[in-house]
Design a protein around this ligand. Structure first.
Ligand code: FE
Length: 255
C-alpha cells in the first residue's frame, strides 16, 4: 500500500520530532502494509514553512537512515500547502513541491472552518498551470460539511480529494465519519491517506479504514483507492467517476 500523506520528516512541523519518532512511525507504517510513503510537511499554514529544496534534501536523508536500519519503507517527497493567493507565482518560483516531485498533483489544505472566496479562481489558475489540486481532508472542513455543493463544484471543475483514514474509522467523530461516507458514495473522494503525525493520537489507521471500506462497499472500492495512489506517484491520470451532489440531510417528520 502507498500512503500519500504523512508528517514523517523529523523536526520540521507538528509530526515526527526526531529521527527516533520517524523510525517508530515507519515501523508502524510497515506493520500496516505500507511500503511507500509520501512525506508531506506543512507549508504556509501560519506556523510552518517548508519549501521544496529543504524537503527534497530531508527526504533523501531519511531514506538513508531507513536503509541503514533495514526498514522496508520508501519515502517520497511531497508538501501540504495551506491555500494562499500567490500559489501559482510561488510554484513558478520553485517553492511549491508537487507530490513525488514532478507529478501534476499538488496538495492544497483549506483552513478548518472556511473556504476562501478566491479558492475557485485559484484552482482554475492552478489547473491552467498543468496542476491538479488535491484537497486534503475536506471531510474535516466545517463549511464544506454545511455546504457540500461547494465541494461538488470544485470536484466537478477538476479538483480531486483525499480522505483521511481516521475520519472513516470514526476518530474525528460521527459527523465527520458520516460526511466521509457520503463523499465516497457521491464519487467525491479519490484518495485515502493517513495524515499520520505520531503513533499516539494521530496514527495511520490505513489497514482499519481499508477493511471498513471493503466490508461496506466491496473490494472494488479498495482497489480504486489503492490504484489511484499508484497512478499518482507515477504522475498518471487517476480513476474518477462522475461526481454527484450530496443530498442534504432529511429530517424525520418533515418529509
Ligand atoms: Fe497533514
Amino acid at each position: 500500500m502507498i500512503d500519500i500523506h504523512s508528517h514523517i520528516l523529523p523536526g520540521i512541523d507538528d509530526g515526527a520530532q526526531s529521527y527516533t519518532d520517524s523510525i517508530v512511525l515507519a515501523e508502524k507504517a510497515v506493520s500496516e502494509g505500507i511500503h511507500t510513503i509520501l512525506a508531506t510537511p506543512h507549508h504556509r499554514n501560519g506556523k510552518y514553512e517548508n519549501v521544496k529544496e529543504d524537503i527534497l534534501q530531508r527526504v533523501e536523508e531519511l531514506n538513508k537512515i531507513f536503509q541503514e536500519q533495514s526498514i522496508a519503507l520508501k519515502v517520497l517527497p511531497g508538501q501540504e500547502t495551506r491555500i494562499y493567493g500567490e500559489m501559482v507565482e510561488d510554484y513558478r518560483k520553485g517553492e511549491l513541491l508537487t507530490l513525488n516531485q514532478g507529478s501534476q498533483y499538488l496538495f492544497v489544505e483549506f483552513p478548518s472552518s472556511s473556504i476562501p472566496g478566491y479558492a475557485e479562481r485559484l484552482f482554475y489558475d492552478l489547473q491552467n498551470e498543468g496542476l491538479i489540486p488535491i484537497i486534503v481532508h475536506p471531510e474535516r472542513n466545517s463549511e464544506l460539511m454545511e455546504r457540500p455543493d461547494k465541494l461538488y463544484n470544485l470536484v466537478k471543475n477538476g479538483a480531486t480529494t483525499q480522505l483521511t483514514a481516521a475520519s472513516l474509522t470514526g476518530y474525528f467523530g460521527k459527523n465527520i465519519q458520516k460526511f466521509s461516507q457520503q463523499m465516497m458514495e457521491a464519487n467525491l473522494a479519490h484518495f485515502i491517506a493517513s495524515d499520520a503525525h505520531n503513533i499516539k493520537n494521530r496514527t495511520f489507521k490505513m489497514a482499519e479504514a481499508m477493511e471498513m471500506i471493503e466490508k461496506q462497499y466491496g473490494i472494488d472500492m479498495v482497489d480504486y483507492f489503492t490504484e489511484n495512489a499508484e497512478l499518482l506517484i507515477k504522475g498518471k491520470n487517476i480513476y474518477k467517476e462522475v461526481p454527484e451532489r450530496i443530498k442534504k440531510k432529511k429530517f424525520l417528520g418533515i418529509f
